[in-house]
Write a protein that binds this ligand. Structure first.
Ligand code: C2E
Ligand code: MG
Ligand code: MG
Length: 353
């Protein structure tokens, strides 16, 4: 087999390989991974490299060099996004690629033009009957399409690896709002921010948050982070470290959508989490379905036993609220209490209460 190597740009390289059957393609890609994956010593540190491969085949996919290169690029794009080692080009990748290409420009513009806005959903403390805090929920005020909800753009954000940028944007905006509310209402309102796995595993997250608290001159107790079970499980050691550091700073961490992920009891026991948020799917029929009551009761008992508070998500009617109150749930959030509110509507809500 002959390898004709070249460098396309930055960390992007190309190999032109002559093969005679499928098996040889498989062998070639494996060999590239194996060669690159060998660790070496640099400056007395062990360095391990990794790569993703996207490829296309002449003449099956195209007969023009330029087009073959473009198709390999599309396959590589797919490999990087989906975190797959090797991906072969297939038709359909163009449509997805084109979509992401347009959306990437739009999303980057949205971040720099501050087209993302936050809505705030109140969380009610059932013991005191007072506001426990609000959850920041992002929306995209699209210049042509109007107000878009997370379901319409979070997948693209993830595919384009823009998770951290969005999370940092939301953190910055939330801290700025907290400072603003302290100034105009003399009220320290806690804001819970949803954090994705990539951002949570970033070793710079803690110092970034410290800088934000300092910059906006706000107390740490006004910021809460919501992570899902899978976020902690991605890398349990880093996750644990980060939570401990955040807790030492006075920032609370809660587990979002509890019950829908791994739900490992060991991590519940070991992690210094303050609150678990029971997913809406368990609350939906809780006042009508006996098995759901049993599950929710058990979740509350378990969490309390481990010294953690419990918030029920997606409370939509009085029946659910009363039942949750009667089984010792600490806090609730949902349309029955209030929908996610714009900043103006939140101000009115706060005045009414
Ligand atoms: P989540 O963190 O579990 O947020 C709760 C979602 O449930 C919100 O949807 C909220 O509007 C909705 N909800 C609240 N109460 C009720 C209810 O009583 N009934 C029903 N049917 N729904 C209710 P939203 O705003 O569309 O957000 C969906 C998901 O998008 C969030 O789930 C969160 O995972 C993600 N997300 C939202 N904002 C952000 C953000 O700023 N950053 C990141 N990384 N993710 C976000
Ligand atoms: Mg959440
Ligand atoms: Mg949730």
């Amino acid at each position: 087999m002959f390898y004709y190597p070249g460098r396309l740009s930055g960390d992007s390289f190309v190999f032109c390989i002559e093969v005679f059957d499928e098996e040889q393609i498989d062998k070639a890609t494996k060999q590239i991974h194996e060669l690159l994956g060998r660790s070496y010593i640099f400056d007395s540190h062990e360095v391990v490299l990794q790569c993703r491969i996207g490829y296309s085949v002449y003449p099956d996919h195209d007969t023009e060099a330029e087009n073959l290169l473009q198709k390999s690029h599309l396959a590589l794009f797919h490999a990087v996004n989906k975190k797959i080692d090797t991906v072969v080009y297939s038709s359909g990748m163009e449509t997805q690629g084109r979509h992401l290409l347009t959306v990437e420009t739009e999303l980057r513009k949205a971040l720099s033009n501050k087209e993302f806005v936050l809505h705030f959903q109140p969380q009610l403390n059932l013991l005191t009957n007072r506001l426990e805090g609000v959850e920041a929920l992002v929306r995209w005020q699209h210049p042509e399409k109007g107000l878009l909800y997370p379901g319409a753009f979070l997948d693209d954000i993830e595919s384009l690896n823009l998770n951290s940028q969005l999370d940092e944007y939301v953190l910055e905006e939330s801290c700025s709002k907290i400072a603003h509310w302290i100034k105009i209402y003399q009220r320290k309102i806690t804001v819970a921010v949803n954090i994705t796995a990539v951002e949570f595993q970033d070793p710079l997250l803690v110092s970034r948050i410290q800088t934000l608290l300092f910059k906006h001159d706000i107390p740490a107790k006004c910021l809460e982070l919501e992570i899902t079970e899978s976020v902690v499980m991605t890398d349990i050691k880093t996750g644990m470290n980060t939570i401990v550091q955040l807790q030492n700073m006075g920032i609370k961490v809660s587990i979002d959508d509890f019950g829908t992920g791994y739900s490992s009891l060991a991590y519940l026991r070991d992690l210094p989490i303050d609150k678990i948020k029971i997913d809406r799917s368990f609350i939906q029929y809780v006042s009508k379905n006996d098995s759901d009551v049993t599950i929710v009761k058990a979740m509350i008992k378990l969490s309390h036993g481990l010294g953690k508070r419990v918030l029920a998500e997606g409370v939509e009617d009085a029946g659910q609220l009363e039942l949750l109150r009667s089984i010792g749930c600490d806090a609730v959030q949902g349309f029955f209490i209030a929908k996610p509110l714009t900043e103006e509507k939140l101000a009115k809500y706060l005045k009414r209460r």
